[in-house]
Design a protein around this ligand. Structure first.
Ligand code: HEM
Length: 164
């Protein structure tokens, strides 16, 4: 059986070593705190203004300010900065925290479209940093899709789950 990481690599087209090239350089020190705040603000401004309601409605129960903070604190912690996210909320456990949401392949592609535009709109993000970050995002997005499919299978009593 393929692991979630293997599925993520295959479905995203991003090899694991490229996805984790964010760990070869400290992007937090390179880009600075405010750059991550700006990136998440640009991203969620686009998400909350999306005219494709099927996507926008996935975020209907979130406050934009909270979503922005959740995201930049996670990015900062994952990319070499202080563990702001875990100090406030505990382990990121991304698959579990996305369980309420329909994280399909289509949703992943839409998420990535907004993120690519957000990366382009923040001028402090140079092209090498952008490539590293985008590969990490793309791989992680499809890791979440794989996690979502696994969770759904378990919930519907798929393959290995016995229901009584
Ligand atoms: C694949 C498509 C994705 C969808 C549809 C999706 C959807 C969502 C939604 C609806 C939320 C709740 C917003 C909030 O209140 O914080 C959320 C939170 C979050 N997402 Fe995603 N997401 C996706 C991909 C990603 C990716 C690729 C990452 C990381 C690289 C990520 C990291 C996070 C984090 C850190 C949170 C905050 C979790 C929390 O504290 O509860 N998401 N996401």
């Amino acid at each position: 059986m393929q692991s979630l990481q293997e599925k993520a690599a295959e479905w995203s087209g991003v090899a694991q070593e490229d996805a984790f090239a964010i760990d070869e350089t400290n992007l937090y020190l390179k880009l600075g705190h405010q750059t991550f705040v700006d990136l998440s603000t640009e991203f969620y401004n686009r998400v909350f203004a999306d005219d494709q309601t099927w996507f926008q409605s996935i975020f209907a129960n979130s406050r934009k300010e909270d979503a922005i903070q959740n995201q930049y604190e996670f990015f900062i912690q994952r990319m070499g900065g202080p563990p702001l996210y875990s100090q406030r909320k505990g382990h990121p456990a991304l698959i579990g925290r996305h369980r309420p949401f329909p994280v399909t392949r289509e949703a992943a592609e839409r998420w990535l479209q907004h993120m690519e535009k957000a990366l382009d709109s923040v001028s402090k993000i140079d092209s090498d940093s952008k490539t590293r970050m985008f590969n990490f995002f793309r791989h992680t997005a499809f890791f979440l899709v794989a996690g979502n499919e696994m969770t759904n299978q378990q919930q519907t009593g798929g393959d290995n789950v016995q229901r009584k």
